[in-house]
Ligand binder design. Structure first.
Ligand code: HEC
Ligand code: HEC
Ligand code: HEC
Length: 161
């Protein structure tokens, strides 16, 4: 995906989020956040018994099993000139604190790994029938949490469940 189309889809989502954010802030005390720890609150073994944990996905990527859609988004997010192997380096230790320890390698200026902001935005905010947007009605605030007292944003991080 071209950077320009990413910006286009991000700004559409941002406009939508701006429309709902004040409502959420006003009701924040009444409605509990279903995903307080972002990644690991949502990537769990579901009621349908499907295992969507980050550790389970990581096991597959480490074995060289990366599905075509994720591979395409990884290519789009890779640092210029770096090719995608389609096989993840071993990184089990990072499951103790997701995404903080993932970000040790997936830095904004990484020379080897796709920067996490780009990869995570592509994965969750783009693509037809993306379940993050459709099923979960996800938006920016599903991952980035606003402190309504101070106006600061943070990205929670925690151990896999
Ligand atoms: C509200 C729930 C939710 C949250 C929070 C969330 N995700 Fe996801 N994630 C999803 C859904 C749903 C998909 C599938 C998107 C699709 O339909 O393409 C997904 C897809 C992914 C994929 C791609 C899987 C694949 O094989 O294509 C990765 C990797 C991933 N998420 C990691 C993360 C990380 C890391 C975080 C925190 C920074 C995070 N997710 C936060 C729901 C969530
Ligand atoms: C030791 C460094 C390192 C750590 C730690 C790390 N990654 Fe990666 N990650 C990489 C590299 C390098 C690639 C590119 C692999 C390739 O070329 O396919 C990558 C690629 C990916 C991809 C694209 C799929 C693939 O395998 O190519 C996803 C998704 C991903 N990482 C998620 C994560 C998550 C989630 C965590 C934390 C639980 C994490 N990474 C921790 C280095 C790391
Ligand atoms: C699935 C989780 C997730 C969602 C949803 C998400 N982000 Fe992010 N965002 C991240 C992660 C992970 C980073 C990387 C943090 C880092 O590098 O320290 C990030 C970084 C950022 C950054 C700083 C880096 C950059 O690219 O400039 C901005 C700004 C940002 N996000 C805005 C948004 C906006 C606006 C939305 C909604 C349209 C959004 N994010 C939705 C996970 C998410």
């Amino acid at each position: 995906m071209k950077a320009s189309s990413l910006f286009a889809s991000l700004s559409v989502a941002a406009v939508l989020a701006c429309g709902v954010a004040p409502v959420q802030a006003a009701t924040a005390t009444a409605v509990a956040d279903p995903y307080p720890n972002a990644c690991v609150s949502c990537h769990v073994v579901g009621k349908d018994k499907v295992d969507r944990r980050v550790g389970t996905m990581l096991k597959a990527w480490t074995a060289g099993k990366v599905d075509a859609d994720l591979l395409a988004k990884t290519r789009a997010a890779m640092p210029a000139g770096v090719s995608v192997k389609g096989k993840h380096p071993s990184a089990d230790d990072s499951l103790e604190d997701v995404p903080s320890l993932c970000l040790d390698c997936h830095t904004p200026d990484s020379k080897k790994a796709p920067p996490f902001a780009r990869l995570m935005h592509l994965v969750h905010l783009t693509g037809a029938k993306n379940e993050f947007l459709t099923t979960h009605k996800g938006d920016c605030a599903t991952c980035h949490k606003l402190d309504a007292k101070t106006g600061t944003w943070s990205l929670p991080s925690a151990a896999e469940q």
